[in-house]
Design a protein around this ligand. Structure first.
Ligand SMILES: [Zn+2]
Length: 499
């Protein structure tokens, strides 16, 4: 009788968890896409002293949003300009999100130092290089909230009143922006920034296919005309991140983090860099316009940056060791509990291992670049692992006959819950899970939180329903002991609704 009560309580608690956890997941997604991270300095870069760029009377910066290193091959003018100057391979740091990267470009501080890890409008703008340059101008093709957030004396397009993320007069701006960009380049302003966005838009829409290449080619006449409008200025040609092949960015993938750029103009001879950091470029721009950069910046003087290359993943922030140790401890405890439980081989959490394997095989490795992790209802993900829930429920149902409740729960759920707890710990996400307004954005683990939390919720629901079903089944069985059971309870519970 007591064991039956325990089973009922366990079943109800698991179903409650299955209902609550998808909502916690949505809270976490909101946190990583909305808030800022606690500033830290977890991506230390090498320093170095030496000569910086001499100041130039006019500095001109073109940034093609979302342009991959391979994408530059489509842009003839880019190739010509860059082949005459300092050709750069740039690591944009992590996360590979436009506003955070461009904040690093214009402040000289990494995303970890600023804590800016998501796209949102800053009003008042960030204090950095442009705010020290009177008469600085930024013109964006669209998504003007980025240039408006960077502290230029003049930044266009303007925002719609009361909606800082939205551009005013979007339609007429489409035909006006480039004329204004040319005028700005031709002006006497010491610093002009032109932000081109069509390539990123194409990447999001259809991945790195022919449409993406077409969008890249369409920037060729723009870059050519801008450059010809002031060929004697010092030019920076830059990108803020690449894209994964299916379209998307944000994660730590090398092909997204490593982009091409160059510096062209007075005082720059033809040369080629190893891997440098976006904050090195910030330093070069600051020197070019003759202003100082934040003393905390790791941006290196031009000569130093050209002489020493970064390691391929040196810009990826390290995880806090203490959190990693606790995470591993939790994982070991979960494995221990699972091992204790698995007296019968089929009580092992095969459903969970299979669900993870299927997700990677069908959707690819989750990262902050893969769009499916952000979807509130997570349908793309749970459609893939739904069949494995049948396995969880079946094992739990028969486990209740052949083993104990404790062993069934530990066998099916100890490892999945331990994995989830370890990921939340390493990502530093417990506070955000309970509503703290801080973004737990770290490489790898932040992205895995989303599928694992939904998966564990579904597993808890499947096991909970199976435990309740077995209690019901045993109750009927006891009332009519001599007869074999006439009707089986519902074989497998459906995946719990996640919306
Ligand atoms: Zn983008």
């Amino acid at each position: 009788m007591r064991s039956k009560l325990a089973a009922i309580i366990a079943g109800v608690v698991l179903c409650a968890l299955a209902w609550m956890m998808p909502q916690v997941r949505r809270t976490l997604i909101r946190a990583i896409t909305t808030y800022e991270a606690a500033p830290a300095d977890t991506a230390p870069l090498p320093g170095g002293t030496g000569p910086g760029l001499p100041p130039a009377p006019r500095t001109r910066v073109i940034l093609v949003d979302g342009l991959t290193e391979a994408g530059t091959e489509q842009i003839a003018s880019w190739k010509i300009i860059c082949s005459q100057g300092a050709l750069l391979t740039i690591d944009v740091g992590f996360p590979t999100v436009s506003l955070p990267v461009e904040a690093a470009l214009w402040t000289g501080l990494t995303q970890q130092q600023t804590g800016i890890v998501a796209n949102h409008a800053f009003d008042p703008p960030i204090k950095g290089i442009p705010s020290q340059v009177p008469g600085s101008i930024a013109i964006a093709e669209n998504h003007g909230y980025i240039v408006r957030s960077l502290g230029f004396s003049r930044a266009e397009p303007a925002a719609e009143p009361g909606k800082p993320m939205k551009d005013a007069n979007e339609k007429p701006w489409e035909s006006q922006w480039f004329t204004l960009a040319i005028e700005a380049v031709k002006s006497t302003s010491p610093l002009v920034f032109i932000h081109i966005l069509r390539v990123d838009v194409a990447g999001h829409k259809s991945g790195l296919g022919s449409d993406y290449e077409k969008a890249a080619r369409a920037t060729d006449p723009l870059i050519d005309k801008l450059f010809q409008s002031d060929p004697s200025a010092r030019w920076f040609l830059l990108s803020d991140h690449g894209h994964i092949p299916t379209g998307g960015h944000g994660g730590q993938e090398r092909e997204v983090r490593h982009v091409q750029g160059c510096i062209h103009g007075p005082g720059i001879k033809k040369q080629k860099s190893g891997l440098v950091h976006i904050v090195d470029i910030a330093r070069a721009i600051a020197d070019s316009v003759g202003v100082t950069i934040d003393p905390a910046s790791h941006g290196r003087p031009f000569e130093v940056m050209m002489a020493t290359r970064l390691g391929e993943d040196q810009a990826v922030p390290a995880l806090p060791i203490a959190m990693g140790m606790i995470g591993i401890f939790i994982l070991v405890a979960g494995l221990g509990a699972a091992t204790w439980a698995v007296r019968r081989w089929w009580l092992a959490p095969f459903w969970f291992l299979l669900a993870c394997g299927l997700l990677i095989a069908v959707r690819g490795m989750p990262s902050l670049s893969t769009g499916f992790i952000y979807k509130p209802e997570g349908r793309d993900m749970w459609m893939v692992w739904a069949p494995t829930l049948l396995l969880a429920a079946t094992a739990a149902f028969f486990g209740m006959k052949k083993s104990t409740l404790g062993r069934v729960l530990a066998g099916q759920l100890a490892l999945p819950f331990a994995v989830l707890a370890a990921i939340l710990t390493i990502a530093g996400a417990w506070g955000a899970a309970f509503g703290a307004k801080v973004a737990p954005v770290v490489p790898h683990f932040t992205a895995w939180m989303s599928p694992i939390m939904l998966m564990v919720a579904h597993g808890a629901g499947a096991v909970g329903l199976a435990v309740l079903a077995s209690v019901a089944h045993q109750s009927f069985g006891r009332r009519a002991p001599p007869e074999p059971p006439r009707s089986e309870p519902a074989a497998a519970p459906p995946p719990p609704a996640s919306s």
